[in-house]
Design a protein around this ligand. Structure first.
Ligand code: CA
Length: 231
């Protein structure tokens, strides 16, 4: 069963989470500080981290940043717990690479569903297999793409953009992150360029273009879109 690191300084909430996750069959490592969280994440290699953003020592956003910057922990999904109305923190959570968040107060049931979804996503193979998603097919080695059986000609950059979005399915990819991963961090272009290329890629994908959604002001998640299937 999956191993979950809980990072929450409020003892009552930490105990509730500990109890409920254990009841659900998970192995739980509860800690109260960011420092302990970073240490345990390296030592115990959890399958998922549930992280309160407001911690007494290291700020939660900084904990996410360090987890994602460390090759030992970068692939561990992070679910952020945040207080109501913290719009900035939420956005920041995604920009920093947190995979999901729930707003306090939340129901344990909802949290368990989110955790299960993140863990399922983690088990799914990615980045090796050819893309077969709804109307979309991509042969990675041949650098060829098809929509509903018809080949669409993508530039190398468009293909890279598409695969980067696809391989991080259901997670919002910020324009900054896309710039970094698709163009390379030193590229002398602006985030607006990302918007332009996403727009062109969507057009080339036609009926499958709807898989690339826009989260205004944040970035782009690749998602199953019901519209695309009715095309
Ligand atoms: Ca707290």
């Amino acid at each position: 069963m999956a191993r979950i690191l809980i990072v929450e300084d409020e003892a009552d909430l930490r105990d509730i989470l500990h109890f409920n996750l254990q009841q659900a069959g998970y192995t739980v490592f509860p800690v109260a500080t960011g420092r302990e969280a970073l240490r345990l994440a390296r030592e115990r290699r959890p399958d998922l981290v549930v992280l309160d953003l407001h911690l007494p020592d290291i700020d939660g956003t900084e904990v996410v940043k360090r987890l994602k910057a460390d090759s030992a922990t970068e692939d561990v999904p992070v679910l952020v717990l945040t207080a109501r109305g913290e719009e900035v923190d939420r956005v920041l959570g995604f920009e920093l690479g947190a995979e999901d968040y729930v707003v306090k107060p939340f129901s344990v049931r909802e949290l368990l569903l989110r955790i299960a979804a993140l863990l399922r996503r983690r088990e799914a193979p990615r980045e090796q297999r050819d893309v077969e998603f709804g109307l979309l097919r991509v042969d990675r080695e041949a650098h060829r793409a098809w929509v509903d059986g018809a080949e669409t000609t993508l530039t190398a950059l468009e293909l890279r953009l598409l695969l980067t979005l696809h391989d991080r399915k259901n997670r919002v990819q910020t324009r900054e992150r896309l710039l970094d991963e698709v163009w390379g961090i030193d590229a002398d272009i602006t985030t607006r360029t990302v918007d332009t290329h996403v727009k062109r890629l969507r057009e080339k994908l036609g009926a499958a273009g709807g898989y690339i959604e826009t989260v205004r002001g944040v970035g782009y998640p690749f998602r199953e879109s019901p519209d695309a299937h009715t095309a």
